[in-house]
Ligand binder design. Structure first.
Ligand code: HEM
Length: 380
């Protein structure tokens, strides 16, 4: 388990080569590490479902698009899809992301050094998530405190313990704020929009899905931004960084290559609904099947020399970081927009941006992989 948290890639490569669907006692389930098999599992919700009572997020937040399949999943997801299309993301979020990014950079710029997780990527991801949900009158600290309690509650439930009171209270406060927003808030917010959709979700259902949006959009986007900056600063020379700053296409390819190499959400879980053979393994009904996105993204059958960070890799965008099939990430365009703007502005405004050699920066984490801290320097 410790190896999976620190540097899972050598183990994942060994498994992929010898036993691409293998039983791991530490997980209590199967792990799928080959690209084609990972895609097969994610694209077949009839055989590999998320809809299982063991799914810990739904025990804390209630049923939502993340925990349902089939027609019920469509009903929960559809009211939110329009708002996350590329055109809507451009229209509704790009200016906000630019302003917020500039504000955060202006605050750190005079110091010539910063820790980018707590001073930049985290606050940016929280600001965009709260803006999306129309929770702008709630402080970022309050949202982060709810978030931390909900994450802690999901971890407790994953360990087989009951939902802690702090988790129930935090979800209750988030629910009250969202219900207030539905009644009085900005009519253009995602939540207000979803309430008006023809699928007719009830208040509590909109609230559970809104919590999933918040839950799914903070840690992941923070990680995506941090990993992207880190890859550029570790592997890019001065000329490369200037090219990434000035060329939007190269920048977006560099970001795809970063989420290929270190996907911010490294694994997703499914449960087998019937006995099935996959990659030589005999999976039983009810077995946990964990898709290792991190493993699939380094499959040499798809990505040449897969452990290398290649900024111009032609098929970098074929990575599975945002999943595939019915649960493919709803926020992918929004997360990409945040990361593209964040990287462009950081390179533009912080001349000589580089890693601070006094601090470690390797990514950590089993599911949400990112550097716990990212200390950088520049010329103020
Ligand atoms: C703006 C930020 C984001 C938002 C609002 C968001 C929202 C969501 C939502 C609502 C889902 C569930 C979709 C469904 O079940 O039908 C989802 C799934 C997913 N998201 Fe995101 N997400 C964001 C950022 C990210 C990032 C940065 C990553 C990774 C790089 C990511 C990776 C995933 C993955 C792997 C899934 C699939 C989960 C599964 O299949 O079990 N998301 N996202």
């Amino acid at each position: 388990m410790a190896q999976l948290e620190q540097d899972p890639h050598p183990l994942l490569a060994r498994l992929r080569a010898t036993e691409p669907v293998s039983w791991l006692d530490a997980l209590g389930g199967w792990i799928v590490t080959r690209y084609d098999l990972a895609a097969t599992v994610m694209r077949d919700p009839i055989t590999f479902t998320v809809d299982d009572p063991r799914f810990s997020t739904s025990q804390v937040l209630g049923p939502s698009m993340l925990s349902l399949d089939g027609a019920a999943h469509d009903r929960h997801r559809k009211p939110f899809t329009h708002q996350f299309r590329p055109a809507q993301v451009r229209e509704r979020f790009v200016a906000f992301i630019g302003t917020e990014t500039d504000r955060l950079i202006s605050a750190i710029r005079p110091a010539g050094k910063a820790e980018l997780r707590r001073q930049f990527a985290g606050p940016l991801a929280v600001a965009v998530a709260t803006e999306a949900l129309g929770l702008c009158d709630i402080s970022a600290d309050a949202v982060l405190a709810w978030y931390a309690s909900i994450v802690a509650a999901v971890s407790e439930v994953t360990r087989g313990r009951p939902v802690p009171t702090a988790g129930t209270q935090a979800f209750g406060q988030l629910r009250d704020a969202l219900v207030h927003n539905i009644a009085h808030g900005d009519v253009s917010s995602l939540v207000a929009h979803a309430m008006r959709a023809p699928e007719g979700l009830r208040h509590d259902e909109v609230v559970s899905n809104a919590a999933v949006l918040l839950f799914g959009g903070i840690d992941t986007t923070e990680g995506m931004i941090l990993n992207a900056i880190r890859h550029l600063l570790v592997f890019g020379d001065r000329d490369t960084l200037a090219a990434v700053r000035d060329d939007a296409d190269l920048r977006s390819n560099a970001i795809e290559e970063s989420i290929r190499l270190e996907p911010a959400a490294a694994a997703v879980d499914r449960y087998a609904t019937r006995p099935v053979e996959l990659g030589g393994a005999r999976i039983q009904r009810g077995d946990l099947v964990t898709v290792s996105i991190a493993g699939a993204n380094r499959d040499p059958a798809v990505f040449n020399d897969p452990d290398r960070y290649e900024i111009s890799r032609a098929n970098a965008a074929s990575n599975l970081a945002f999943a595939q099939g019915p649960h493919a990430c709803l926020g992918a365009h929004l997360a990409r927009a945040q990361t593209t703007i964040a990287i462009g502005r950081l390179l533009d405004r912080l001349a000589g941006l580089r890693l601070n050699p006094d601090h470690p920066h390797s990514p950590r984490g089993l599911v949400f992989r990112k550097p716990p801290n990212l200390h950088v320097l520049w010329s103020p």
